[in-house]
Design a protein around this ligand. Structure first.
Ligand code: ACO
Length: 438
């Protein structure tokens, strides 16, 4: 039988931790941030002990230092550059939040005007990219087109991909924020088979997106203010969330020196999964499925609790929040307001969503595991209510998160200590063996 050696924690002092392993005492520094958990600095663990830390899913691993976003999952706190998400949601706009995330400070009026004007002037994409998008199958998922198109930006805008040049990095960041709504709308228009709509640089960010998504060349598109507010809020709430799967993917891709467009395409790919950004789409699919089958909500709640069944309630639970997700609290109020005003054919679906939310919040299984409705539960419902097509939900999430990815990429490259990301493994395969020869 294989013996395990245990590392015993001998002592925790204020700024170091002493471990004993195979009769050897080792000291590791304990690092303190401005808020949140302290970290044991195990960078020398391997060189000193020839052992590795095992942490699949990164349950206990801080992969970097960051000054962008702070989350306290137990208390339900989310801060962007120190500002509570509740205050930003109430007083700010997506572009102001974008400036804040990228630069670390809120812009003054002049800085915000300049930023808005830079972002609007980069909104066109090279016409070669239109042909590229036209090459996708008519029924391709918009996320698939988005991943390909954002990656392809590196083939069209390679004049700004010298990542060692801060000005190149800034231009790429502006291009990405500016072109993302154009690309998102193009993906959708291609899926619909409708003519592409050009961006209007005189429109603000969200109205411009809406006219590109829903406008047609033959009719004047009138932007609905409630829809603009709801969408701007969704973008703010999704703008960053520290080292989640997609952001970590962007950092890992960027750590090798890959260009920014390739890194963001990698982030979009990671976001697409139903355990991450794909959850908002999965919520509506699940609700529609429940409606179609005619089975009770209790049936599906029990199914989600059954350990022999893989079914999970989409839009519930979060890796970090073991309390109500603060974003979900904000968006929940808006969701209720929007649903109150609506009387659409989707009313049964929305009624079902609210009934499910109420039942889950009362259920012991979910209470004990601290599984609350997450932001995707409500954003899925709002997006549906304001007429965003189902297959565009995760595209909207990607548009919002884009600036978070960019800010992390910029932060990583501005630090001297950044190194290529290279996790290790616990090898459990065959030992060395000889190739059979005849
Ligand atoms: N429905 C039913 N049970 C659940 C759910 C759910 N949605 N989520 C977690 N659980 C249960 C698990 O079965 C597990 O139970 P156990 O302790 O009896 O084994 C326990 O709660 C802990 O779950 P984990 O999978 O260990 O939690 P983890 O942190 O790894 O996963 C995740 C978090 C992926 C979000 C998970 O809750 C989930 O799959 N939720 C549904 C998908 C979803 O809504 N994703 C969006 C996340 S938010 C975002 O990306 C913006």
């Amino acid at each position: 039988m294989q013996r395990s050696h245990y590392i015993g924690i001998k002592q925790i002092m204020t700024n170091s931790i002493s471990l004993s392993y195979k009769n050897q005492d080792l000291d590791f520094a304990v690092m303190q941030g401005t808020l949140g958990s302290e970290c044991i600095d195990i960078r020398k663990l391997y060189s000193q002990t020839k052992t590795l830390a095992f942490d699949p899913g990164f349950m206990s691993t801080a992969s970097c230092k960051s000054a962008i976003t702070y989350i306290d999952g137990d208390k339900g706190i989310l801060l962007y550059r120190g500002y509570p998400i509740e205050q930003l949601a109430k007083h700010s706009s997506y572009l102001e939040v974008s400036y804040l995330l990228m630069h670390g400070q809120l812009p003054d009026d002049g800085q915000l005007d300049d930023f808005q004007s830079i972002i609007s002037t980069h909104s066109l994409i090279n016409t070669g990219l239109l042909k590229f998008i036209e090459g996708f199958r008519y029924d391709a998922h918009p996320m698939a087109i988005m991943i390909g198109t954002v990656g392809a930006l590196s083939a069209f805008y390679h004049d700004s991909t010298d990542i060692s040049n801060p000005r190149h990095r800034e231009i790429s960041a502006h291009r990405l924020i500016s072109k993302m709504p154009t690309i998102a709308a193009l993906c959708y228009k291609h899926f619909l088979g409708q003519p592409f709509m050009y961006p209007s640089n005189d429109l603000p960010y969200v109205p411009n997106l809406l006219q590109m998504l829903f406008g047609v060349p033959t009719e004047k598109y009138v932007v609905d203010e409630d829809t603009v507010k709801a969408l701007d809020l969704i973008l703010i709430l999704h703008a960053d969330h520290e080292q989640n799967a997609s952001t970590s993917t962007v950092r890992l891709a960027g750590s090798s020196g890959a260009n920014p467009f390739a890194c963001i395409a990698a982030g979009i790919s990671s976001l697409w999964g139903p355990s991450h950004g794909g959850a908002n789409e999965a919520v509506i699919k699940m609700l529609s499925h429940i409606l179609q089958t005619g089975k009770s909500i209790d049936y599906y709640i029990n199914k989600a609790k059954d350990k022999k069944d893989n079914f999970r309630l989409m839009g519930f639970g979060h890796r970090v929040y073991k309390n109500f997700d603060p974003r979900a609290k904000i968006i929940r109020e808006h969701c209720y307001k929007i649903l109150d005003k609506l009387d659409t054919k989707d009313k049964p679906l929305f009624d079902l969503a609210i009934e499910l939310e109420q039942k889950v919040l009362q259920d012991d299984y979910f209470k004990q595991r601290k599984l609350y409705p997450n932001v995707d539960f409500y954003s899925g419902i709002i997006l549906k209510a304001i007429g965003i097509p189902l297959n565009m939900f995760t595209v909207i999430f990607a548009m919002g998160r884009n600036v978070g990815w960019i800010s992390h990429w910029l932060e990583m490259l501005s630090k001297d200590e950044h190194r290529i990301g290279r996790p290790r493994q616990l090898y459990i395969g065959e030992k060395a063996r000889d190739y059979p020869t005849k």
